[in-house]
Design a protein around this ligand. Structure first.
Ligand code: ARG
Ligand code: ASP
Length: 695
């Protein structure tokens, strides 16, 4: 027993020594390559990223700007999460063809469904352009001047970059503006829906299980990239053909065991790992609680209505999931920050920093940074919360106010001439049509009544009876005519007249105050980042996530979130059946899956213990945007699909703690089992390259 504990401690220490971080794929040579190999990887830095030859990175695509996907066949088949393809699955669904409820499996290429607006993007190459972006930037410049300089430099660099006609470029800032990288990208816009399990598999456990371990969700969906006859990106056309990728991931049938190496490769969205303690305090004590309260109020209304009506359930499913997701994450984040003593730990790091600044006699340069940050954050909380409340109400949760916000932007565009106005109008028209397609006036009115009090005491639910913007035809009529005519009609609309003063106040008071204070903080944080790296050079620094391609590595590993509780790293189909509640909207299990379970008909997808694996845990450092990222084994094969993190560890966005931060992946054998045994979509299995790396 004692030996076991020492062993666990030893392993944990090893883990904390080498994991955490979201690394730039073109810079893995050296420390990262060594770390990975120490964790069991057989991959070289070049296997992962290579400009001249195909490498793992050529199989990874940003999915619609918010998720990750990976190519798994030489015919452009891609895998992502069910929750990433949710909008597409929903948009093809109706009460008659409810693909959310029943699942969808295209029988042939011809049955694969096109998706307007959907795209995937590959990274062709990455270049460090820091010196060229920062050329001419001097310390005495204002933030505005610096920005203008770096913007100008960036535009020139991009214009001078060698690339093919169908490729794009972008430049992104790293380490808070201390480093810049250029990305050459390739974007495909003909991406078709190939398959999706029913929600009772793809979203099994729904919000009760979201962010939670043990987990039993088959969170995957399948798409295919189409290209023109020359294998290049092209708008949707019947004549397009399946894309032939530079690389695709073979799929391992051998499964995982605790301690196995795992690499997660994808597009993490945003992290804030280098915040001063005072900022973590502001976020967890002011910002998060206020956001949590607003969403909780909105969710109460939505949930009650979804339970009462199937039509509303379908209309609001996607919105509800989006709103509930961040709400629950913030709650977990606050708990985790507390439990891991993140603020005290950050203060200790700051004490160390201050001491090192003294010893290196850099007080003139860096001595005031932390106290200035503290002073700035003290004044920042109130406006940060106010702005965030506005965004929650007028952008994220109330759709009538959201339409009013968009309409006000259209009105503003009129000042720039009729052409600009017309463009803005077209955009607003399509947005409003989209919104009203899945809209219920009473639900939205209920949300309005529940959340508006967080912003004002001026509440008038009768605007819902008077406005044109609860009905598409009426709304479109208001938008007909010259800009002057449209604006006149708008001003007579009850909802617009109500919302406009709030929106004006936001633009004249809230936003400018927020921007001014935020810019000052950002400037200080840029200096602090630079100072940290200079003064404490032995820490492991990796840039915050910024929606660019990153590698994070770790191992399959369980965790102990509380006294006397230890979680195993693998779940099985048995656990699905343990959670099964007949007819429940979260925990129902499809008949067919029950039959396969009863017959233990798992084909070649069972584990050595005879059970069918469903999900597993790793120590990979992931965040929102990593959903759909491949989990890759020591040899470069696909072993799973990342889709979530454990609740106790969601604070990894500010404080990665190897003790309790775990990412959740669906085992690729479960994905294969569902495609093959459950859906009978053998044609897809045949397309893949199934391998046995352990044999
Ligand atoms: N928590 C995961 C992520 O942040 C999964 C969200 C989708 N699932 C859900 N039940 N809402 O995206
Ligand atoms: N579920 C997240 C996503 O959609 C992943 C995470 O936050 O861990 O990207």
């Amino acid at each position: 027993m004692k030996l076991f504990k020492i062993l666990v401690l030893f392993i944990t220490l090893q883990v904390s020594a080498q994991q955490g971080g979201m690394w730039i794929p073109s810079l893995l040579k050296g420390m990262n390559e060594n770390d990975m190999q120490a964790l069991g990887s057989k991959l070289t830095a070049k296997d992962i990223y290579d400009v001249n030859h195909s490498s793992l990175k050529d199989a990874i695509a940003h999915f619609n700007g918010g998720c990750t996907s990976e190519v798994i066949s030489k015919q452009g088949l891609i895998l992502t999460n069910h929750h990433c393809g949710y909008g597409q699955i929903q948009s093809h669904s109706s009460l008659e063809h409810d693909y959310l409820k029943e699942g969808f499996w295209a029988k042939s290429l011809a049955d694969e469904l096109p998706n307007e607006g959907l795209y995937v993007e590959f990274i062709v190459r990455i270049e460090d352009v820091t010196d060229r972006v920062l050329e001419g930037v001097t310390a005495d410049m204002t933030e505005k001047e610096k920005q203008a300089k770096t913007d100008g430099n960036s535009n020139r660099i991009q214009a001078a970059t060698k690339k093919e006609a169908w490729q794009d470029t972008k430049i992104k800032s790293f380490f808070k503006g201390n480093q810049y990288f250029l990305f050459v990208t390739e974007r495909f816009t003909d991406v078709r829906l190939v398959g999706a399990p029913p929600t009772s598999i793809g979203k099994f456990g729904s919000d009760t299980d979201n962010w939670v371990w043990p987990r039993h969700t088959g969170d995957f969906s399948i798409f295919r990239i189409y290209a023109d006859k020359n294998n290049r990106p092209a708008a949707y056309s019947k004549d397009n053909v399946p894309y032939k990728p530079k690389h695709f991931l073979p799929v391992s049938l051998d499964g995982i065991s605790e301690g196995d190496f795992t690499l997660v490769f994808g597009f993490p969205g945003t992290t804030q790992e280098y915040l001063p303690a005072v900022a973590i305090k502001e976020i967890t004590e002011e910002l998060n609680p206020s956001n949590i309260a607003i969403r909780e109020a909105a969710l109460k209304v939505i949930d009650a209505n979804m339970k009462a009506s199937d039509e509303i359930r379908i209309q609001y499913a996607s919105k509800q999931a989006r709103i509930a997701n961040a709400w629950k994450k913030w709650i977990g984040e606050n708990l985790g920050i507390k439990k891991s003593n993140a603020i005290a730990k950050r203060q200790a790091l700051e004490a160390e920093f201050t001491e090192a600044v003294k010893q290196k006699k850099l007080e003139n340069q860096y001595g005031n940074l932390l106290s200035e940050l503290e002073a700035r954050y003290d004044e920042f909380g109130a406006i940060d919360v106010k702005r965030s409340n506005f965004v929650e109400i007028f952008v994220r949760t109330n759709e009538l106010m959201q339409m009013m916000f968009r309409l006000s932007q259209m009105e503003a565009a009129a000042a720039k001439g009729e052409d600009t106005f017309n463009k803005a109008r077209t955009a607003v028209q399509s947005r409003i049509k989209g919104t009203l397609k899945d809209f219920n006036t009473e639900v939205d009115r209920g949300i309005y009544e529940a959340i508006m009090p967080f912003y004002t005491t001026n509440i008038d639910p009768s605007i819902y009876d008077k406005t044109a913007f609860t009905n598409v035809d009426n709304a479109m009529k208001v938008l007909e005519g010259s800009s002057a005519e449209v604006i006149e009609k708008l001003h007579q609309d009850a909802a617009y007249a109500y919302a406009k003063p709030f929106i004006d106040d936001f633009y004249t008071n809230v936003e400018p105050e927020f921007q001014e204070k935020n810019t000052a903080i950002n400037a200080l944080e840029t200096q602090y980042m630079k100072a940290l790296m200079e003064v404490l050079p032995n820490e492991r620094y990796y840039p915050d996530a910024n929606s660019t391609l990153r590698v994070t590595y770790g191992q399959v590993r369980g965790y102990g979130p509380r006294d006397a509780v230890y979680y195993e790293p693998v779940t099985y189909l048995d656990g699905v059946m343990e959670k099964y509640v007949p007819g429940d909207y979260e925990f129902d299990v499809p008949q067919k899956l029950q039959e396969l379970y009863a017959a233990k008909d798992y084909g070649r997808y069972a584990d050595a213990n005879g059970k069918l694996p469903v999900c597993f845990l790793g120590t990979n450092h992931t965040t929102g945007g990593n959903s759909g990222s491949p989990a890759i084994d020591a040899h470069g094969n696909l072993i799973g699909l990342n889709f979530d993190r454990v609740w106790e560890g969601t604070m990894s966005d500010m404080n990665y703690d190897p003790e309790i931060c775990r990412n959740i992946m669906v085992d690729v054998r479960y994905v294969l089992f569902i495609i093959d045994k459950y859906a009978g979509a053998e044609r897809l299995i045949k397309e893949m390259k199934l391998v046995h790396p352990k044999k």
